[in-house]
Design a protein around this ligand. Sequence first.
Ligand SMILES: Nc1ncnc2c1ncn2[C@@H]1O[C@H](COP(=O)(O)OP(=O)(O)OP(=O)(O)O)[C@@H](O)[C@H]1O
Ligand SMILES: [Mg+2]
Length: 179
Amino acid sequence: MTPITLPLSSRRATKALARALARALGPGDLVILSGPLGAGKTFLVRAALRELGFPEGLAVTSPTFSLVHEYDTTPRLLHADLYRIAGPEEVAPLGLAEERAQGAALIVEWGEPYVAELGGDPLVVELVVTPAAATTGPRPLDAVRRAVVSAKGAASAATLERMRATLGNVVEASRGGGG
Ligand SMILES: Nc1ncnc2c1ncn2[C@@H]1O[C@H](COP(=O)(O)OP(=O)(O)OP(=O)(O)O)[C@@H](O)[C@H]1O
Ligand SMILES: [Mg+2]
């Protein structure tokens, strides 16, 4: 299963990735968002929720302290941030694997160590940030960002292929029709 690699040279590119993810997302899917502090994990979830129809007027905040935020979208979405979790024994009581089994899609920041406790078969969206080299000029260069999306099981492989189809269309739409 070939991963998807995508440059994220602007917030707009990250939003396009989020839209493809939202459209591909099925009930019971597990998405692991990996990448360093400030990589854009919460930004991506916010954009995915807008695509799922969650109103612009309602804030999508980071579940840093509450651990899990729930959204009544289709599919129902749970957004978790496990940064503050001390170990795997703290994951089971959150009931996230059970929520998946009942049809919720689960998007988790800092969830890599807990894939088993979350029910396995993750779609891994890795946000890679290469810090800009130090410059002596007046304007610092932007960091270079890209995403690598890979599947670790059968359900996630199907989701990955749905994403690939959407992103292919996005690329073709931006190439063609320019007149
Ligand atoms: N191409 C880009 N894609 C996403 N975010 C970007 C991009 N360029 C700049 N940003 C900015 O980077 C920041 C990403 O913050 P965000 O809270 O989403 O990170 P995070 O990965 O969730 O961090 P944490 O691990 O602390 O939860 C935002 O302020 C966003 O505007
Ligand atoms: Mg975050």
